[in-house]
Design a protein around this ligand. Structure first.
Ligand SMILES: *[C@@H]1O[C@H](CO)[C@@H](O)[C@H](O)[C@H]1NC(C)=O
Ligand SMILES: *[C@@H]1O[C@H](CO)[C@@H](O)[C@H](O)[C@H]1NC(C)=O
Ligand SMILES: *[C@@H]1O[C@H](CO)[C@@H](O)[C@H](O)[C@H]1NC(C)=O
Ligand SMILES: *[C@@H]1O[C@H](CO)[C@@H](O)[C@H](O)[C@H]1NC(C)=O
Length: 415
């Protein structure tokens, strides 16, 4: 909570219309106390604080908006959708589809509910998460959103969403004027990412490359690299736009942050807790290929940058950080502490050849952080490979509709 100005939290509580009725602080606020959500600005507020709320009585009501999704293989496209959704209100509530529903509708999810929860809760625009959203939104669930969760607007992307009987899934919300639409984010989809992983593995096998052998040119060939063009405006939208305060303790952590996952969120959270400002160094694509093989990274630097920036624990990033933490960097950014997680990718090509943290170690400002999770980019990729056939099928189906989209695509305006 100390990462943001906390005033909005109080405001948020105050403005709940049902606070003035009988029981204050209903399930919407109290129901979220798992450790993942501790980063979210919601916690139990005891009665004595009521005095604070009453001062603001005449201000306008806070608008609560809702958006749902599977958020499997979370990427910056999801993050951008949630950013846009948040901009349509004051508080963003995200509905996460359960593992069972995903299995029934799409096949096995790559990430578990717990991991998806960690990822979504770690986004700086998300205020609350509801963990059991239905895959297809029903009228019954919409009513629950309006009444139980006090949602003002349901937000959805501009792709049509039809129920099995062909009717519009959001008909009810539209009828009562509580539906708002956002633009699809260009350039990436989970389908595309699964495709990249599968292709990169295939090329790796066909080319007789192993994880230990560098492969020339496979990278440029194998992946129909991102169609995503990062603009300066998008970076600004994702940034906090603030430097460290006057006496801030700056913590530095670096890495590839490839296929941004729950392990990344957790280690960034821990790192942030050790200081006042978290600076994250994101390795360049070349640096990663040099150390881990040419089929890495899966996500390119500009894509990884947005994923890291979307995380609520991150204050600033260095886009294309060097492998070695240098004395000059430490001085330039006034870094007080350099941290690294105990769980990280294997640097198969350069193992134990160099210590990137030699300088901070010698200055007594390096700390190894116990990684809360053992998930890695490689382990996420391996889940997809292990389920190769299922994902191939799932992807082929989706790839067709993606292709259609790009063929019919027009100018995309807006945010
Ligand atoms: C892989 O390497 C082996 C031996 O080095 C060779 O016999 C085989 O043909 C190669 N396979 C491919 C697909 O290049
Ligand atoms: C890459 O994209 C081009 C053009 O869109 C397409 O013709 C080609 O088949 C794609 N290659 C792969 C490996 O997907
Ligand atoms: C540099 O960081 C230290 C904390 O480690 C802080 O006390 C000091 O004020 C910072 N220097 C500047 C110029 O902000
Ligand atoms: C790294 O390599 C070691 C030994 O080869 C292996 O036991 C470990 O699981 C690997 N770690 C990751 C994250 O791939």
């Amino acid at each position: 909570m100390d990462y943001e100005s906390s005033s909005w939290i109080w405001d948020g509580v105050y403005y709940y219309p049902h606070l003035f009725g009988g029981l204050m602080l209903t399930a919407a606020l109290l129901g979220f106390s798992t450790s993942y959500l501790s980063g979210i600005g919601l916690s139990y507020l005891p009665f004595p604080y009521m005095g604070i709320f009453h001062k603001r009585k005449c201000d306008k009501k806070r608008i609560r908006v809702y958006m749902d999704g599977c958020f499997d293989l979370m990427h910056y496209g999801h993050a951008n959708a949630l950013r846009q959704a948040k901009a349509l209100g004051d508080e963003l509530v995200v509905g996460l589809v359960s593992d069972e529903e995903i299995v029934a509708n799409k096949g096995p999810p790559v990430l578990s509910m717990e991991e998806r929860m960690a990822l979504v809760s770690g986004l700086k625009w998300v205020d609350e998460v509801i963990a059991d959203a239905p895959y297809e939104i029903t009228e019954q669930f919409m009513n629950r959103l309006f009444h139980e969760h006090k949602i003002d607007y349901i937000i959805h992307g501009d792709d049509p969403c039809l129920l099995p009987d062909g009717s519009d899934a959001y008909a009810l919300a539209k009828k009562v004027g509580r539906y708002k639409q956002i633009k699809r984010t260009e350039g990436v989809s989970s389908t595309d990412i699964v495709g990249r992983i599968l292709t990169s593995i295939k090329v790796c096998k066909d080319g007789n490359g192993t994880h230990g052998e560098p492969q020339k040119e496979s990278h440029s060939k194998n992946i129909n690299m991102s169609q995503f063009l990062l603009t300066s405006r998008r970076i600004v939208q994702f940034s906090n736009g603030k430097g460290p305060g006057p006496n801030a303790r700056v913590v530095y952590i670096d890495g590839a942050f490839d296929l941004f996952h729950a392990g990344h969120v957790e280690i960034l959270k821990r790192a942030r807790e050790l200081g006042d400002f978290l600076l994250v160094g994101i390795y360049s694509d070349q640096t990663i290929s040099d150390h881990r093989g040419s089929h890495y990274p899966i996500m390119l630097l500009h894509e990884r940058t947005l994923s890291v920036l979307a995380c609520r624990y991150v204050d600033e990033v260095i886009i294309g950080a060097p492998w070695q933490v240098t004395k000059d960097m430490i001085t330039t950014f006034n870094i007080s502490l350099v941290v690294h997680g105990t769980v990280s990718e294997n640097n198969t090509l350069t193992q134990s050849k160099d210590d990137p943290y030699k300088v901070p170690r010698s200055m007594g400002m390096f700390r190894l952080l116990e990684s809360p999770k053992d998930i890695t980019t490689t382990s996420v990729a391996q889940r997809i490979i292990a389920n190769h056939d299922a994902y191939m099928k799932r992807n082929a189906k989706k790839a067709a509709s993606e292709k259609r989209y790009y063929e019919e695509k027009k100018y995309v305006s807006g945010d």
